[in-house]
Write a protein that binds this ligand. Structure first.
Ligand code: NAD
Length: 336
């Protein structure tokens, strides 16, 4: 199979490309990535001589058309992905997540190429503590410019399936963690702070609940959907690992031998979603998927080890990322 992977220099895309090269020798991979601040060529170093890398924008219709004409399938990871950035400046989210997806859809439609669309559970908004988890029947109710633009892109895909017979599938996954995640994101930010001897920084009281999944489990599910998913169908991906943010910080502090209250509370994100949770029943039952990192603590320990061993990967952007949080007005707070 000849595969085009968009956003392959980002967190999940790079892990997907590495997994594909390692386990699917019959697949040839071309990565299309704009190398925004979130993309990093070094994340593809281990497979650099086994893939083709194209530096370009998914919204470039001519480039995308040319690349899509030469492949059998597209897996679309490229996105603006950070909620905080979407609150500060929404336009790149509209441009990449909506216009960029449109550009890909037109090309796969023209060349009748199989398409898989990678999306997020954040399109469903958030849940109260007692609500049942999200399923593919949950109504879309996005809260932030990030999740709204992802929701819009999902709708484009569904419409292209219905109107133009596109051979497409979608997946909506919960929060990922693992190697190669940018240090702006919650778990790597705390890990790299701890490696530097800085106290973790928790938004508000830390009661927000996320349903964590290891990035490798996400990517194996994407392959299952690509291989055996039903065209037009949406699959929810999650590993039944609901934890609140404070508990995650306490687990990380324990990994570093620090006291459980050795962290700072900082100003919360505006409109911060309370809880996400996924019902991945259809993925497990129809496609036989199951997470290999079923134990979140073990996956977290492995992730801490990776960041300890790959300081040269994250160190160059750490200070600037922390400065951006300070410039955006983040400050420590005391809770009543
Ligand atoms: N991270 C999560 O927890 C999570 C959970 C569920 C779904 N998702 C989805 O998975 C996908 C990948 O997320 P991620 O965390 O790896 O994101 P990321 O921000 O780490 O990587 C995004 C990549 O896309 C590239 N990119 C951005 N704009 C581009 C453009 N216009 N043209 C080409 N490339 C461009 C960036 O350079 C980067 O390499 C996204 O679609 C996201 O919505 C992420």
């Amino acid at each position: 199979m000849r595969l085009l992977v968009t956003g392959g220099a980002g967190f999940i895309g790079a892990n997907f490309v590495q997994l594909t090269v390692a386990e699917r020798p019959d697949t040839t991979v071309t990565v299309l990535d704009a190398l925004t601040y979130a993309g990093n060529r070094a994340s593809l170093d281990p497979v650099a001589d086994r893939i083709d890398f194209v530096h370009g924008d998914i919204a470039d219709l001519d480039l995308v058309d040319e690349l899509v004409s030469g492949v059998d399938a597209v897996v679309h990871f490229a996105a603006e992905s950070h909620n905080d950035n979407s609150l500060a400046e929404p336009w790149p989210f509209v441009q990449t997540n909506i216009v960029g997806t449109y550009s890909l859809l037109q090309a796969v439609r023209r060349h009748d190429v199989r398409y898989h669309h990678v999306s997020t559970d954040e399109v469903y908004g958030d849940l109260a503590p007692q609500d049942p988890p999200f399923s593919e029947h949950t109504a879309y109710n996005p809260s932030s410019p990030y999740s709204a633009t992802k929701a819009a892109s999902d709708m484009l895909v569904r419409a292209w399936v219905r109107s133009f017979g596109l051979r497409a599938t979608l997946s909506n996954c919960s929060n990922n963690y693992g190697p190669y995640q940018h240090v702006e994101k919650f778990i790597p930010r705390q890990i790299t702070n701890l490696i530097e001897g800085v106290r973790p920084r928790l938004y508000g009281a830390g009661h927000q609940i996320r349903d964590w999944i290891h990035v490798e489990d996400h990517n194996r599910a994407v392959w299952d959907v690509l291989d055996r998913g039903r065209i037009g169908r949406t699959y929810l991906i999650g590993a039944d690992s609901e934890l609140d943010n404070r508990t995650v910080v306490e687990l990380l502090l324990a990994e570093f031998g620090r006291e459980p209250d050795d962290f700072d509370h900082v100003t919360d994100r505006a409109g911060h979603d309370q809880r996400y949770a996924i019902d991945a029943g259809p993925l497990r039952e129809e496609l036989g998927w199951a997470p290999r990192y079923a134990d979140f603590r073990a996956g977290l320990s492995a992730t801490v080890a990776w960041y300890r061993e790959h300081e040269s990967w994250w160190r160059p952007v750490k200070a600037a990322t922390e400065r951006a949080y300070t410039d955006a007005g983040e400050r420590t707070i005391s809770l009543p």
